[in-house]
Write a protein that binds this ligand. Structure first.
Ligand code: ZN
Length: 203
């Protein structure tokens, strides 16, 4: 399986990192080796001094598709979830400065937290789902899919123009404002609507 991530999909997060608002979705990939095994803590890698959490809504692809139209995109996923796109912000800043790819900053081992998935029928609308991340009990990120620049169906259609989607692939749909650093012994709790999708300890 592959993990396809969307960058810069919430206006307020673009502002906080002083990025340009993109004309089309920003895409990058994580390999399956980036997945943090269930129940495992997240170990801060030795090569970074500044790892950030980014809570994101996840979409799990249910069948093969390419060149999917937005209108039919909803047929290509049955489940949505919540996860974290861990980012070595210091490494990413260096990559950006030099115009280099982001993989060292975003695709390292453990950088993809994939929490629980839920059937999409559980939610009233894909375009109005609230989610949050708490760090040590305090809210640090609160978002709603209604603030996405590109909606879930648009993202599925867009990425399928470039990559054939396969059953089991996961799309990370971008993070809202409030990203920040983690340190040893932090506990991160992600909630999608009323469901606790993950709890991660940082080591
Ligand atoms: Zn992200």
């Amino acid at each position: 399986m592959k993990i396809i991530c969307i960058g810069r999909n919430y206006a307020k997060h673009i502002e906080e990192l002083e990025n340009e608002r993109p004309d089309e979705p920003v895409i990058f990939l994580k390999p399956d080796s980036a997945i943090l095994p269930k129940k495992m803590p997240f170990f801060i890698p030795t090569f970074t001094e500044d790892v950030h959490y980014e809570v994101e809504v996840l979409v799990k692809i249910n069948k093969v598709g390419k060149h999917i139209s937005t209108k039919f995109a909803h047929k290509y996923y049955d489940e949505v979830g919540l996860g974290i796109d861990f980012t070595a912000r210091d490494i990413q800043a260096k990559c950006k400065e030099k115009g280099l790819p982001w993989e060292k900053a975003k695709s390292f081992d453990g950088s993809a937290v994939i929490g629980n998935f839920y059937p999409k029928e559980k939610f009233t609308s894909m375009e109005d789902m609230s989610f949050s991340l708490r760090k040590n009990g305090e809210f640090v990120q609160q978002g709603n899919t209604n603030s996405m620049l590109w909606k879930i169906d648009e993202l599925v259609a867009y990425v399928s123009q470039y990559f054939t989607l396969k059953k089991g692939d996961v799309i990370f749909t971008g993070t809202p404002a409030g990203v920040g650093a983690v340190k040893e012994n932090d506990v991160l709790l992600g909630v999608l609507e009323n469901e606790t999708a993950f709890e991660i300890k940082v080591k």
